[in-house]
Ligand binder design. Structure first.
Ligand code: ADP
Ligand code: ADP
Length: 228
């Protein structure tokens, strides 16, 4: 059974005074519950647009997306997103950054929110760093805060937009392993955008290979060999 169903999705960006850009063209995709899917393809092929459309951040020109049995028509309770740029609030502590999403979603009271946030912070290995500011942490640690912030809202779907692109090779490798560990212990459906073939294959159950001009799915590849 699919948890994410994309049918006949087309998206054109219209920028005032510019020619329209066809970012996605008649895309169809089915993703099963608990699958780890990577969207792989060259820059500009529409990976981010597809991921954002699934998360309800882009309203497609044509087509429908359902997530968890509901039609997507805006940001919703079913998906959380991890951004490449971390997108942390620089003035707020790690704990405040992680708690914020719960507050936005109106989850529980302050004590309950902090309790959940502390658990997510521990899950990503940042216990003891709750009161640090983002700038007091390394890149890898900041991205872990970004991950904790997405995990804490307990959405069935986790959307990740080149989350490790800004990290050095060693930290990146470490974060990939951490993510697989968390995914295995937590069982969520992950859609992970990358332009790195090695990363796409290493992480995924299924690689969705996209091509540019115009944004289409070329092939969906099942990855069958065991993970590290
Ligand atoms: P990818 O994530 O694979 O790099 P994107 O989904 O970001 O691809 O972009 C797909 C196409 O849409 C590209 O041609 C890009 O230039 C264009 N595009 C992306 N975002 C916008 C935007 N906000 N306005 C106009 N064009 C955009
Ligand atoms: P990793 O993501 O593999 O932990 P990092 O480069 O992010 O790699 O950090 C390596 C380790 O160095 C961290 O796990 C942490 O213990 C320590 N560290 C990094 N930055 C700081 C900091 N600002 N304050 C305290 N410890 C830090």
């Amino acid at each position: 059974m699919s948890i994410i169903s994309v049918s006949d999705l087309t998206h054109q960006y219209a920028v005032e005074g510019r020619e329209k850009t066809l970012a996605l063209s008649n895309v169809n995709l089915e993703i099963k519950k608990n699958e780890f899917v990577t969207l792989l393809g060259p820059s500009g092929c529409g990976k981010t647009t597809l991921m954002r459309a699934i998360g309800g951040l882009v309203s497609p020109t044509q087509g429908t997306i359902t997530v968890n049995g509901k039609k997507v028509d805006g940001p919703n309770q079913d998906s959380a997103i991890v951004f490449q740029s971390f997108a942390l609030m620089p003035w707020a502590s790690v704990l405040q950054n992680v708690t914020f999403g719960l507050e936005m979603r109106g989850v529980g009271n302050k004590t309950e929110r902090e309790h959940k946030a502390m658990a997510a912070i521990a899950q990503v290995g940042l216990k003891g760093f709750e009161n640090k500011l983002p700038k007091e942490l390394s890149g890898g640690m900041q991205q872990r805060v970004g991950l904790a912030r997405a995990l804490v809202v307990s959405t069935p779907v986790l959307l990740m937009d080149e989350p490790f692109g800004a990290l050095d090779q060693q930290t990146r490798r470490y974060m990939q392993e951490e993510l697989l560990r968390i995914w295995q212990e937590d069982q969520r459906t992950v859609v992970f955008v990358t332009h790195d073939m090695e990363e796409a294959i290493m992480l995924a159950d299924k690689v969705v290979l996209m091509s540019a001009r115009p944004g289409r799915i070329e092939e969906v590849i099942d990855v069958t060999f065991p993970r590290p």
